[in-house]
Every structure is written in C-alpha cells, then in structure tokens.
Design a protein around this ligand. Structure first.
Ligand code: ZN
Ligand code: ZN
Length: 255
C-alpha cells in the first residue's frame, strides 16, 4: 500500500494536511475555511466527497476553522477527542467519532496512532498514520518535547514537524510579555532550536522527508527555520522542506 501526503497549507493561521493510505483519504485538521480547503483539495486532484474522514488535533481555530462545514456539506465523519469536542464552539457535526489519545485505531486502510501533545488546549493530540509498515507523523503545537512524544516519533519514515518561532525574533519582537510567555511556554509551540534538537534525535537512514510547518508569520522566516534544522542534521537540508502558509505542497509518497 502507498502512504502519501500533501500539505494544504501550514502556519500559525491555518493548518491542514491530506494523507492517503491505499484508498483511504484523511484530512488531518481543517484550519482554513471550507471553501479554501475544497479549492486546495481540488488542486491536488481530490474531491471533498472523496474524503474518508477528518481528524482533528485540537480545538484552536487554525486547526478546526472549516471542519464543521466540511462535515455537514460533504458528509465526512470527524474524529477527535472528547475534550476537543467539548471545546468546539460549533458542535453541529452529523457524525462524530471519539478517540482516546492513547488508543490506536483504523480508518479504512489507515492505521492511526494518536499521541497526546503538551499544548494549551483541552485534550490535544497529534497523529502517526501508516499502513502497518510505513509511517508518517505530524507533530505541531507542542510547547516542549516529552519523552512520550519522542518515543512515538522514533523511526517514522516521514515527519511534519513544527518550527514555530525563532527565539531571537520572538524576544526582540513586538509581542506583549503574556503572549510571548504563552508561545515559548511548556504548552505553547516549538522554537526552531527545539525543532532542530528533536529532528536531530529522530534522524535515521529511513527518514525520507522532513517537512517543517506551523511557522509563525511574525516571529520566524522560512530561511531561519530551515537553517536551524539543516545545521543540526547529519544530512544537512537535503530532505528538509519548509511548508508554505497558503500554498499546497507537492505530494510526497513514502516508499
Ligand atoms: Zn494550537
Ligand atoms: Zn496551531
């Protein structure tokens, strides 16, 4: 079976990733309007009706903005934790499937392993998705790297990793103290440096692709994120790609 994925956009204003495992199409997060998501799906050859499920990581609007409309309009079931569901402003979702953040499950051909992330949301989790052999993981919205997160990400074949902010830009920038503290706190986001340290610890010959995502618009640049991570990796920046905020990436196929 093939495991493929494409980013429909990633940044602090919106995140959505399409993952295809065999015939199963999963949309992980829907942090743009339904209109934009449908346009971007179409641009990669996928119709909204074809989605098998929407997986939500947590209730922040940069992850759920279009989820409910997509669910209602196209009849797509939404999988999320009970805590995330409780915090949704719009709870009108025709088909909700509750997940436990420590329990693996299958959706069609996809084996999904959620893992809890340290983030200031009700019951946030991210996902490792695969076909039972190849695995792709998404790891954004984490204030720090817990041993459990490292363990879940060990050995993955491809990874979309958060590189949210450049430490100097955040601390010399215009954000008020409270917001800065939220971002660089233990339940905020990963800096380029934290991301680089984690990426280096996960580097192994089978890691085929490292996407860096969820970049802050004001406190980071693609060059800084790329440079920090590439400098730490033995292989440099060869397999590293910084995702764009509002542009669809190429499909990547885990082989
Ligand atoms: Zn968040
Ligand atoms: Zn986010």
């Amino acid at each position: 079976m093939r495991v493929e994925f494409v980013s429909l956009g990633s940044g602090s204003n919106g995140n959505s990733t399409l993952v295809r495992v065999g015939d199963t199409l999963l949309l992980v997060d829907a942090g743009f309007s339904a209109k934009i998501i449908v346009e971007r799906l179409n641009s990669v050859g996928v119709a909204a009706d074809d989605l098998t499920a929407i997986l939500i990581s947590h209730e922040h609007s940069d992850h759920v903005k279009g989820a409910q409309v997509m669910a209602r309009k196209y009849g797509v079931p939404v999988w999320l934790t009970r805590g995330t569901y409780r915090r949704l402003k719009d709870k009108n979702i025709p088909q909700v499937e509750y997940i436990h953040p420590h329990g693996s499950f299958c959706i069609g051909d996809a084996k999904v392993t959620p893992f809890p992330i340290p983030h200031d949301a009700a019951e946030p989790c991210q996902y490792v998705i695969g076909d039972g052999s190849k695995r792709f993981a998404i790891a954004t919205d984490m204030g720090c790297v817990t041993p459990y997160v490292s363990q879940q990400l060990a050995g993955v074949d491809a990874l979309l990793l958060e590189a949210n902010y450049d430490g100097d830009m955040l601390h010399n920038g215009s954000y008020p103290y409270a917001l800065r503290s939220r971002i660089d706190g233990r339940y905020g986001h990963l800096s380029n440096e934290q991301s680089a340290v984690l990426a280096a610890s996960l580097e192994h010959p089978g890691l085929q692709k490292l996407f860096l995502g969820h970049l802050s618009e004001n406190n980071n640049t693609p060059d800084n994120a790329f440079g920090s991570v590439a400098n730490r990796l033995k292989r440099g920046g060869d397999d590293v790609c910084v995702l764009k905020r509002a542009t669809v990436s190429e499909w990547f196929c885990v082989t």
